[in-house]
Design a protein around this ligand. Structure first.
Ligand SMILES: [Zn+2]
Length: 94
C-alpha cells in the first residue's frame, strides 16, 4: 500500500497550548508534532500527516485534547484532499 505524504508544516493555533499538565503524573507534558500514518477507509489508503499530541517525559504517556484532535482531523482531511487532487492529475495526464 502506498503512503501519501502531505508536505508542509503544521500551523499551531494559539488556542492549542504548548504545554499541559500531565493527567497521569501531574508533570508538564509538551506539545509534539510528528508524522504519523493513518489508514483512511474512504479512499482505502494510508496517508501520512502531521499528528499533534502531548507527550510527558516523566511518565512516557501521550494524550490528545479536543483542540489537538481538531488539528489532527484537519490534517487528515487535507491529506485526503491532496490525495484526490493527485488522482485527478494522474487521470488528466493519462
Ligand atoms: Zn506524566
Amino acid at each position: 500500500m502506498d503512503v501519501v505524504t502531505v508536505p508542509g508544516v503544521i500551523k499551531i493555533k494559539p488556542k492549542v497550548k504548548n504545554k499541559l499538565d500531565c493527567p497521569v503524573c501531574g508533570d508538564i507534558a509538551q506539545l509534539v508534532t510528528e508524522y504519523n500514518d493513518f489508514y483512511v477507509g474512504k479512499i482505502n489508503k494510508k496517508i501520512c500527516v502531521n499528528f499533534t499530541n502531548y507527550q510527558c517525559d516523566s511518565c512516557d504517556e501521550s494524550f490528545t485534547t479536543t483542540e489537538s484532535d481538531e488539528l489532527n482531523l484537519k490534517e487528515i482531511n487535507k491529506g485526503i484532499r491532496n490525495f484526490k487532487r493527485q488522482l485527478k492529475i494522474q487521470k488528466i495526464l493519462k
